[in-house]
Every structure is written in structure tokens, then in C-alpha cells.
Write a protein that binds this ligand. Structure first.
Ligand code: VGL
Ligand code: ZN
Length: 215
């Protein structure tokens, strides 16, 4: 496989999405097998000079919580001023145990921990742009200032925060790879297939961790 920039290239970064307890088995919004990714992501992390970690980080009463909409239940979709919004169980509340990164995640050289979804009235699956598609997190600027051109994306959940982040990365002009076996999906009503379709249309490349082994 011909990678635009190998993991060791100073123009590459690993973007680790939402490896938090609420997305692990037993968590508020559990993703099956999410914890199985930890050793693989730790190994991948050691191949990269630059690592960025995200945390889903919602205030109590966040607009994406079903509890904030009387008469609604988790996994329903409603229409908000910025468009459709899937409603979720209360998860990743700022400062809660469930919002903490998995303690076995070993990425001591990660320079940036980016917290997203902090606006009470706007969700943010993407690490780049909130769900209103206008409010920016600053991640693009950070990456550009550090000369990053290529992103490798891993973590949870593949069909939501990983997919939205990868699509925005591609739209922002970064060479974007999603390492499939270093992700796990929620898969709600065909969301996983739709996510691969949308990512493919934007030129996001689907790879396996093995392809980085000797890269
Ligand atoms: C996520 C649903 C709600 C994710 C975050 O990290 O994929 N999914 N908030
Ligand atoms: Zn969330």
C-alpha cells in the first residue's frame, strides 16, 4: 500500500477518537468490543510522533440527550434548528467517570486532548466542526500550524464520531485514512454502511492496521 505519508513522517498524525468509559462495554452508550481496541491503539500510537486525542465532553442537560426532550427516548431522531439529531442516553458528562479516557490508554506523548460537544445547544460528532456545520473547534488550525497533512483516524464510534471527523478532515484537505480494525461501530439503522459510503465519496481511505506495520 502506498501511503501518502507514513506514520513516522512528521507530516502525519494519529487522531484517537473518544476512547472513554461511556463508550466501553458497561458504559452509558456502550460500543460492543470498544475496550478491545486499547492495546492496538497503544501500539499504533508508538508509531506516530504526533498524537491527538478527543473526548466527547457534554454539559449536563445537553441537547443530544433524550432526557432533555420530554416524551422522547434514546436512539430516536428529532429535528433541531441545525438539522436532524439522534437522541442518546446521557453520556460523557463533563468531569464524570464515564467521560474519562480508558485508563489503559497509553499515549503519553499525545500533545493535544481536544474536547468537543461542549456547547449545550449543539452536538459535535466531528473533531473539526460542530453539528451546526459552522462552529469550528480549532483543530484544523492546530494541524496546519504543525505542518500536518495526513491523518490516521481510530477509535469510537466508527459510524458517528470517527466517520464525521474523517469526512471533515478530508473536506479540510487532509489526506485521511481510517484504520478499520482500530475502530468499532454502534451501527444504528444502517449507519455503518452509510458512513463508509459517505467517507468513500470524500476520498477517505479505508485501511487495516497491518498495512502500517512496516510503513
Ligand atoms: C458519539 C454518539 C454521541 C461517538 C458521541 O463518540 O461516536 N456517538 N456522542
Ligand atoms: Zn456525545
Amino acid at each position: 500500500m502506498n501511503l501518502t505519508h507514513s506514520p513516522g513522517d512528521r507530516r502525519s498524525a494519529l487522531l484517537v477518537i473518544d476512547m472513554q468509559y461511556d463508550f466501553m462495554p458497561g458504559g452509558a452508550l456502550a460500543v460492543a468490543d470498544g475496550d478491545a481496541l486499547v492495546p492496538l491503539i497503544n501500539r499504533l500510537g508508538r508509531q506516530f510522533a504526533r498524537v491527538i486525542v478527543t473526548q466527547d465532553w457534554h454539559p449536563a442537560g445537553h441537547i443530544s440527550f433524550a432526557d432533555s426532550h420530554p416524551g422522547h427516548v434514546p436512539f430516536q431522531t428529532i429535528t433541531l434548528p441545525y438539522g436532524p439529531q439522534t437522541l442518546w442516553p446521557v453520556h460523557c458528562v463533563q468531569g464524570s467517570d464515564g467521560a474519562q479516557l480508558h485508563e489503559a490508554l497509553e499515549l503519553p506523548h499525545a500533545q493535544l486532548i481536544l474536547r468537543k460537544g461542549c456547547n449545550p445547544a449543539i452536538d459535535s460528532y466531528s473533531a473539526f466542526l460542530e453539528a451546526d456545520r459552522t462552529t469550528r473547534t480549532g483543530l484544523s488550525g492546530y494541524l496546519r500550524e504543525h505542518g500536518i497533512e495526513t491523518l490516521y483516524v481510530v477509535g469510537l464510534a466508527l459510524d458517528f464520531c470517527v466517520a464525521w471527523s474523517a469526512q471533515d478532515a478530508a473536506r479540510e484537505g487532509f489526506n485521511t485514512y481510517v484504520i478499520e480494525d482500530a475502530c468499532r461501530a454502534i451501527d444504528l439503522n444502517g449507519s455503518l454502511q452509510a458512513a463508509w459510503q459517505a467517507m468513500g465519496e470524500l476520498g477517505v481511505q479505508r485501511i487495516q492496521s497491518q498495512q502500517l506495520q512496516h510503513a
